[in-house]
Design a protein around this ligand. Structure first.
Ligand code: SAM
Length: 253
C-alpha cells in the first residue's frame, strides 16, 4: 500500500478531491492510504503559529521551518517500516522541477510519499535544502497554496498503481506514454515518454451534423490502429511539437 501523508494548514481541503471514482476505490481496496495532517498540531505556542515575517523585509508571511520539520519527522518516526529508498518527501513549489507523467510513474513505485503544502509567500528555504527529497511544481503559474498541487500529484500517481484502473492497458496508451511502437495492446513500458494519445468518439455516429470518422466503424482493427497512430502523431505535432521527437524515436526502434 502506498501511503500519502499531506502536511497542510487546511486538512479539511482534502475531504472533496479524494472521495470520488478511482481515488475513492483505491482507498477502499487499500492500494493507497491518504491522510492530511494539520501543521498547527506541530506548533508549541498558544497561538499555534505556523508563519512569520520574511527576513530582509518585504510583503507577506513565510511558513516557519520548525513546525514543518516536526511534522515530517513525526511522520517518518511513525512510518519506520517504510524502506528509506522507497520514501519521498516532496515540497510543492512553483520553483520545483516540473511534475510529469514520467515522474508520476516513478512515484507510483514508492511506499511512502510525504507532501508539504506551502502557503503565503512560501516556505522557509531550509525545508527545501535540508528536509525535502524533491521540490515539485505542477506548472508555470503561482497558486495560493500547495493543496491543489498535492491533490494533483496524489491523483496522477494513484491511477498508475497496478489495480487502480479497471483497464491496465490504458496506462500505456494514455497521452505522454503513448508511442506507436506500443501497438494496439499498449504492451510496452508505460513509463517511457511518448506523445499525445488519439482522439476518441462515442455514440451517436452523427451529432449536429458532425460525423464520426468512418474508419472507426469499419471493424478493421489494423486500419483503425494505423488511423489512431496518424491522428496521435498529428495532434502531437500541432499541440505539443516538443513531444514529437519522443514519438518518432520510438516508432523507428
Ligand atoms: N512566493 C513564491 C514564489 O514566487 O515562488 C510563491 C508562493 S505561493 C503563493 C504559496 C505556495 O503555493 C507555495 O509555497 C507552494 O506550496 C504552492 N504553489 C504555488 N504554485 C505552485 C505550483 N505551480 N506548483 C506547486 N505548488 C505551488
Amino acid at each position: 500500500m502506498l501511503h500519502f501523508d499531506i502536511v497542510t494548514i487546511f486538512p479539511e481541503f482534502f475531504a472533496g478531491p479524494f472521495s470520488h471514482g478511482i481515488l475513492k476505490r483505491a482507498q477502499e481496496t487499500e492500494l493507497v492510504k491518504i491522510t492530511a495532517h494539520d501543521l498547527r498540531r506541530f506548533t508549541e505556542d498558544k497561538h499555534r503559529t505556523v508563519d512569520d515575517r520574511p527576513f530582509g523585509g518585504g510583503a507577506g508571511m513565510v511558513l516557519k521551518a520548525e513546525p514543518v520539520f516536526k511534522a515530517v519527522e513525526s511522520l517518518i518516526a511513525a512510518g519506520m517500516k517504510h524502506e528509506f529508498a522507497r520514501r519521498e518527501i516532496i515540497l510543492l513549489s512553483p520553483q520545483g522541477k516540473k511534475f510529469t507523467q514520467a515522474e508520476a510513474f516513478r512515484l507510483a513505485e514508492r511506499e511512502s510519499i510525504i507532501l508539504i503544502c506551502g502557503r503565503y509567500e512560501g516556505v522557509d528555504e531550509r525545508v527545501a535544502e535540508h528536509l525535502a527529497t524533491s521540490e515539485l511544481s505542477i506548472g508555470d503559474y503561482v497558486l495560493t497554496g500547495g493543496e491543489l498541487a498535492a491533490a494533483v500529484v496524489v491523483d496522477a500517481v494513484t491511477r498508475l498503481i497496478p489495480g487502480a484502473l479497471g483497464n491496465e492497458v490504458s496506462r500505456a496508451l494514455d497521452s505522454f506514454s503513448f508511442t506507436p511502437a506500443a501497438g494496439p495492446t499498449g504492451k510496452m513500458d508505460a513509463a517511457e515518454v511518448g506523445g499525445l494519445s488519439w482522439p476518441q468518439y462515442t455514440r451517436p455516429e452523427e451529432f449536429r451534423g458532425w460525423k464520426v470518422p468512418e474508419i472507426l466503424m469499419s471493424g478493421n482493427h489494423r486500419e483503425i490502429q494505423k488511423w489512431r497512430e496518424e491522428k496521435a502523431r498529428g495532434k502531437t505535432a500541432r499541440m505539443r511539437p516538443d513531444l514529437l521527437p519522443n514519438l518518432e524515436f520510438k516508432a523507428v526502434r
